[in-house]
Design a protein around this ligand. Structure first.
Ligand code: AMP
Ligand code: GLY
Length: 440
């Protein structure tokens, strides 16, 4: 079968690489892809917005399964459009993708489903939001532990975690009055700030059966020690020992199952990857947000460990026969993914720097360098072409070993201004030393 992956990031490289390992995959195409997907699959220069182009290509090349990677095309309804053209597609419908596309939709659904999450209020104009904050927190300098979230997609930037009332007011102003994120800021969710460790729990579901993947942890802040601005994710590891088997069972029962059921009941049945961003609070795990796709970079260490045939899994989801699937097999070794970024990211950065040392990194055992923001020029050099450039991923006998191997590979690779966090997976190391067991 021919397979088409839509997207151009590290997640899509990992998906294309893993799908290419299936004995049933003939050709794997990536639209539009990057310099890494060009090596493991075949790039086709069609963007995710070019729906007619994608349909034409998929039909002409007898694509048996299309996998949509990023959130924007899912929220825009690409899956519905491809399905209407008679194609088989992995990913949620536009109506189900509202779980990520609208924070108001997500919070209301969680409330109906009685899924643990932060207390919240929705506002559709800045004056009533500001009034609410002033009434609740009358002293201008009193601690104000609120989070302000733009309703719509904002490339991960529409969430502002605040400490003071001034910060909250500024956030309301930026999102609703200045409209920094455009129409995504027509409405906001104001919610209580939760404290704890974060974990990413991804589950594949056909709307009836839920297959939970091992827990992963992202590193959203730019700098070591979780300092600096938020990014798309500077690294991830899997499994995350802070979610042990008992906690995972609790999360399935109290979070994932009620969410999937509530979506079905409210006529937004979900098929695809449901990604719960959780805060592990003193009162138990609570949902920070849902995404409707594989996490990036969580997908990279997850798929590095997956031993089952990914094509079988994704196809069974689309055919609504996940129930018949054998339990997924995982490499028992943990995986760590370190993101190498361009100088200036998550702010402005330059593209076009030549990346050296990729071949040396690839020679190291148990290492895979997933490309994100890269492109190849006419003479075959690999150039930087984005903020997050590479996801250097390694397996190891334990988290410490996987971390060491990933950073050994990072040391082989260089371009002017390249940088990465040095502490990816250190939180897991602390748990590993404390002897907490990992699940799976
Ligand atoms: P979201 O896009 O909703 O996941 O938010 C992005 C990041 O903001 C999360 O990964 C958290 O680090 C943080 N965040 C979101 N909601 C809250 C909350 N209620 N309390 C504390 N931090 C939050
Ligand atoms: N790793 C965060 C995300 O994929 O949204």
């Amino acid at each position: 079968m021919n397979v088409l992956v839509i997207g151009s990031g590290g997640r899509e490289h990992a998906l294309a690489w893993k799908l290419g390992q299936s004995s049933r995959a003939d050709k794997v195409f990536v639209a539009p892809g990057n310099a890494g997907t060009a090596l493991d699959a075949e790039n086709v220069p069609i963007s995710a917005q070019d729906v007619a182009g994608l349909i034409k290509f998929a039909k002409e090349n007898r694509v048996g399964l299309t996998v949509v990677g990023p959130e924007q095309p899912l929220v825009d309804g690409l899956v519905d459009q491809l399905q209407k053209a008679g194609l088989k597609v992995f990913g949620p419908s536009q109506s189900a993708a509202q779980m990520e596309g609208s924070k108001v939709f997500c919070k209301n659904l969680l409330r109906v489903a009685a899924v643990p999450s932060a207390e919240f209020q929705v506002f559709r104009d800045p004056e009533s939001a500001a009034r609410f904050v002033q009434e609740r927190f009358p002293e201008p300098d009193q601690p104000t532990p609120l989070v302000v979230k733009a309703d719509g997609l904002a490339a991960g930037k529409g969430v502002m975690v605040c400490r003071t009332r001034t910060q909250v007011m500024e956030a309301i102003d930026r999102i609703m009055r200045k409209r920094e994120f455009g129409d995504a800021g027509k409405a906001i969710v104001l919610e209580e700030r939760l404290d704890g460790e974060e974990a990413s729990i991804l589950a594949i579901t056909d709307g009836k059966t839920i297959v939970t993947l091992p827990a992963a942890q992202d590193h959203k802040a730019a700098f070591d020690g979780d300092k600096g601005p938020n990014t798309g994710g500077m690294g991830a590891y899997c499994p995350a020992p802070l979610v042990d088997a008992a906690k995972m069972a609790w999360i399935e029962e109290h979070i994932l199952v009620p969410t999937v059921h509530a979506m079905k009941r409210s006529r937004h049945p979900f098929r695809g990857v449901l990604y719960a961003g959780l805060m592990l609070t003193h009162q138990g795990p609570k949902v920070l947000e849902y995404n409707v796709r594989f996490g990036d970079p969580e997908c990279q260490p997850l798929l590095m460990r997956l031993q089952s045939d990914l094509l079988d899994v994704l196809e069974a989801t689309v055919d609504e026969r996940l129930e018949e699937l054998e339990p997924l097999r995982w490499d028992p070794r943990p995986a760590v993914c370190v993101v190498m970024a361009s100088e200036g990211y998550p702010g402005p950065y330059d593209n076009g720097n030549t990346i050296r040392g990729l071949d040396d990194a690839a020679k190291l055992p148990d290492v895979k360098v997933f490309h994100a923001g890269t492109r190849r020029n006419a003479s075959g050099d690999v150039l930087t072409n984005g903020g997050r450039v590479l996801g250097v991923t390694a397996l190891g006998p334990n988290i410490a070993g996987a971390k060491l191997q990933a950073y050994s590979a990072v040391k082989c690779i260089r371009w002017p201004g390249a940088w990465c966090r040095k502490d990816i997976s250190d939180k897991a190391l602390a748990s590993e030393l404390a002897g907490r067991g990992a699940n799976f």
